[in-house]
Design a protein around this ligand. Structure first.
Ligand code: SF4
Length: 373
């Protein structure tokens, strides 16, 4: 059987930095973008030659172009990147191929171009459908833009996902349910719901410090998330991962591969790869990236076990006790207690399969860290 991999490509450019953003993304002129695209294509072709020989000619199951804002690239730039992937790797005809897009940079011409390049899934950064809120967090689009662009995108793509942020100022669970309703009415098949995370050195951090922004507190955020999650599940979406909801058959195969610890190759600045049990991380800025700086890390058995447990408990599938090498989880007193309390559920059909009861998803961080004590 051929070895299967996923590919991630990082496009770090954005039109404007959002107030809450801590990702590796920045504004750049066309010259910088073109220079980066050349470096990126060069990395894809050079590294593919090595990987194809060492991986016994791997075949690609999923491709994900993320950022930053990949939709900011013009048709020529994105075509160059995607054609380089096709020229460097064998890709399944039915591979899932996602591109991230922001409403303000989606155009009909770009949608046509992406479709012609075999992109078949769009992940749109909606975040909120409240104009005041969008302006405060520095988004460039309005509610009207987001809904119009999703409607347009749906003419070209069946599989459209939208991101929402939970915890923004004055945005209750009821508001979030209304946003979800508007998105589902347009045929969105997948919704990712992220909690607002406030990092130091972001504009929103100082806005909060100066009393200019009041995100929901923890209790309000949990309650809003719970309302939204209940609403989406009532609409027949499956919560297949803590933050992700999808109709059957529309789960993100690319993310599932990460969570199942499948192999992947990442290209571009800050991109991560995971091959042969080794993690690689590309340099985080263009200058170091030019000189091909890559950090490698081999996970120890214990760390691997912890990762299996952590990733497994985030997903509906859970983790397999028999796959652990070092950790004897059944001897962990927290594990025993959590199973007794119904917080962890052992599968009826396979006594080695353990998953987190969805009612306790909001406590996942505490539960996981207790299991590692
Ligand atoms: S569009 Fe996304 S990556 Fe770009 S600044 Fe905003 S949150 Fe960050």
């Amino acid at each position: 059987m051929r070895r299967e991999i996923s590919i991630y490509v990082h496009i770090p450019f954005c039109e404007k930095k959002c107030a809450y953003c801590a990702f590796n993304s920045f504004c750049a002129d066309e010259e910088t973008k073109n220079e980066y695209i050349n470096l990126l294509c060069n990395e894809i072709s050079c590294r593919s030659a090595d990987f194809n020989s060492s991986l016994n000619k791997a075949v690609v199951r999923t491709i994900y172009i993320g950022g930053g804002t990949p939709s900011i690239l013009n048709e020529e730039q994105i075509s160059k990147v995607i054609n380089t992937i096709y020229n460097s790797f064998d890709v399944y005809d039915n591979a899932e191929f996602t591109i991230e897009a922001n409403p303000n940079s989606i155009t009909e011409e770009k949608l046509k171009c992406w479709k012609s390049l075999r992109v078949n899934r769009l992940s749109v950064g909606v975040q909120s459908l409240n104009d005041k809120s969008l302006a405060k967090i520095g988004r460039l689009h309005t509610k009207k833009d987001a809904l119009e662009k999703i409607k347009l995108a749906r003419k070209f793509f069946d599989n459209v996902s939208a991101d929402l942020i939970v915890g923004l100022e004055n945005e209750s669970g009821k508001d979030l349910c209304q946003y979800a309703k508007d998105l589902l009415a347009l045929g969105v098949k997948h919704i990712s719901c992220y909690l607002l995370e406030v990092y130091e050195n972001t504009p929103i951090f100082s806005m909060i410090e100066r009393g200019k922004y009041s995100p929901l507190n923890d209790e309000q955020t949990i309650s809003a998330f719970h309302k939204l999650a209940t609403y989406l599940q009532d609409k027949n979406m499956q919560r297949y991962e803590i933050s992700n909801f999808a109709f059957d058959g529309y789960e993100s195969q690319h993310n599932l591969n990460y969570w199942k610890r499948g192999e992947y190759l990442g290209f571009g600045i800050s991109a991560h790869s995971f091959v042969d049990g080794i993690r690689l991380e590309n340099a985080g800025n263009i200058e170091d990236y030019k000189s091909k700086k890559i950090t490698t890390e081999k996970l120890l058995s214990l760390e691997e076990d912890e990762e299996k447990i952590m990733l497994g408990l985030r997903c509906r599938l859970g983790f397999d006790i028999s796959s652990l090498n070092k950790i004897d989880i059944k001897k962990n007193p927290y594990f025993t207690q959590y199973v007794k309390d119904g917080i962890l559920i052992i599968s009826d059909s396979n006594q080695n399969l353990v998953r987190l009861n969805p009612l306790f998803y909001h406590l996942s961080n505490t539960i996981i860290s207790n299991l590692f004590q």
